[in-house]
Write a protein that binds this ligand. Structure first.
Ligand code: ADP
Ligand code: ASP
Ligand code: MG
Length: 444
């Protein structure tokens, strides 16, 4: 079985939904299709949620009305038969009523998650009705029946496998099983989600649970590029990449993949193929274990980074000092991205500043604290093992005029990362592109 995931743009219009159906139709065997919300819908739902949290029901309802109108336009164009149109109408009216009913209740985090789930619930229902209309054997299976997360917000892989196997068994005669990306249930059985961009993660979790032969992530670009195409002009698609390199790039900002999405596939050694819905013949990128070794594979950048420096003369030769530092982050449940140490100070970075005040207050017990905001981590992935001569010189020679706040190298063989001001990010990405890729003419 394979898993095919289509992102927001891929299901973002009537024309695109038909393209997705055409791709899915070409699959001969039973498969699972994971869909995101139509592009822009989750952003609108976030907006509705924010308005409701500010008690602005009038504007929230306006947004709901616009969304309802958008869906009405879609189904009018998507369906030919009256029967399918009527069924689709029922779907969108149902979800519109659900949103309207939320206007009447007290806003909470639970309500917010219910609102955010509406995008995937609608897109999958409409797609299944379309598959039915074009005579494709398909069923809608609700992610809320099997995508379960634990208290640490991690997928509960045993439960997911158990529930999903039962569901697949029930639908053994159906060729296409359609389900929602992004949404899940937490330990309280409430609707929850896998964070923004989480549909990729859903696909990988499902792939691992069913032992898929391949996980395909269909999006609006022909695979992983060597650099961020939103900020750099001359980027190119990478034919193949290892799980470790892809995981580093996803974690450090390559938006094409949700940060955690590679982990379940990597654990089960299931190849992940990144493909373009709008150019299905383009080769895309295969993420697998036997990718040909490349010195420098790709570059990514992660914004909204905060650096914290803890300076303590008492740290000199003091064992246990780092333990105390880490414990403060652990107790506040904030993960650290980068770390560098010197004799008298340690610098580290975080991207979640929700507990920053608390953390600073606790760290002040250990030394003097400096905090820098508006930083970006630049991550270079490739075969960067320390015995590769000249790699670091090659990288930093491109950046002679750029102030660098921190450098992390040697943590793994696949990553070198460093910290710059976000205002320098685009310049850095372009300088590295020129120096590491264009110059050597490795465009493929
Ligand atoms: P989807 O809605 O299909 O999940 P996303 O917008 O989340 O799609 O991800 C695809 C986008 O990721 C591309 O349009 C591209 O702009 C952006 N992107 C950022 N870095 C990279 C990269 N290294 N390679 C390819 N795409 C990237
Ligand atoms: N719809 C969700 C989002 O926009 C999940 C996804 O598209 O992957 O974040
Ligand atoms: Mg995405």
């Amino acid at each position: 079985m394979i898993v095919l995931k289509f992102g927001g743009t891929s299901v973002g219009s009537v024309e695109n939904i038909k393209k997705v159906a055409k791709i899915v139709k070409t699959e001969k065997k039973q498969n699972i299709v994971v869909l995101s919300a139509m592009s822009g819908v989750t952003n609108t739902l976030v907006k509705i949620s924010n308005l409701l949290s500010q008690k602005n029901r009038v504007d929230a309802q306006l947004e709901m009305n616009n969304l309802h109108q958008k869906y009405q336009d879609v189904i009018l164009k998507l369906f030919k038969s009256k029967l399918s149109f009527d069924k689709a109408s029922l779907v969108i009216e149902c979800h519109y009523d659900e949103l309207l009913s939320i206007l009447e209740i007290k806003f909470s985090e639970k309500v917010e998650k219910l609102i955010l789930a509406q995008g995937e619930l609608v897109s999958t229902s409409l797609f299944q009705l379309y598959m039915e209309e074009i005579g494709e054997s398909s069923s809608l299976i609700s992610a809320l029946d099997f995508m379960i997360i634990d208290n640490n917000h991690e997928p509960d892989s045993n439960k997911i496998k158990e529930e999903l196997s039962k569901i697949i068994l029930k639908h053994s005669d159906t060729k296409v099983l359609i389900t929602q990306g992004f949404i899940c249930r937490n330990t309280n059985k409430e609707i929850d989600n896998l964070k923004r961009g989480g549909s990729d993660y859903t696909a990988s979790i499902i792939g691992a649970a069913i032992g898929a032969s391949q996980i395909q992530i269909w999006t609006d670009i022909s695979g992983m590029h060597n650099n961020d195409p939103r900020f750099v002009d001359q980027t190119f698609s990478i034919g193949e990449i290892s799980f470790d390199e892809a995981a580093e790039l996803a974690y450090f900002g390559a938006k094409i993949l949700h940060p955690q999405s590679i982990i379940p596939a990597k654990e089960k050694n299931i190849p992940v193929l990144l493909k373009n819905t709008f150019d299905p013949d383009a080769r895309g990128t295969l993420i697998h274990n036997n990718a040909k070794v490349e010195k420098i594979r790709a570059i990514a950048a992660k914004d909204n980074i905060t650096a914290i420096k803890i300076k303590s003369y008492r740290m000199l030769m003091a064992y246990g000092f780092l333990k105390k530092v880490f414990e403060i982050f652990e107790q506040n449940q904030i993960s650290i991205d980068m770390i560098t140490t010197s004799e008298v100070a340690v610098s580290l970075t975080i991207d979640d500043t929700s507990k920053l005040d608390n953390i600073i207050q606790e760290l002040e017990g250990l030394g003097s604290i400096e905090v820098d905001n508006d930083l970006s981590i630049i991550c270079i992935a490739g075969n960067l093992s320390q015995n590769k001569k000249g790699v670091t010189a090659l990288i930093f020679n491109c950046l002679v005029d750029i102030p660098i706040r921190m450098i992390s190298y040697g943590g793994s063989n696949y990553n070198l990362s460093f910290l710059v001001k976000t205002t320098d990010k685009v310049t850095v990405l372009n300088l590295l592109n020129k120096g590491l890729f264009i110059k050597v003419g490795s465009k493929n």
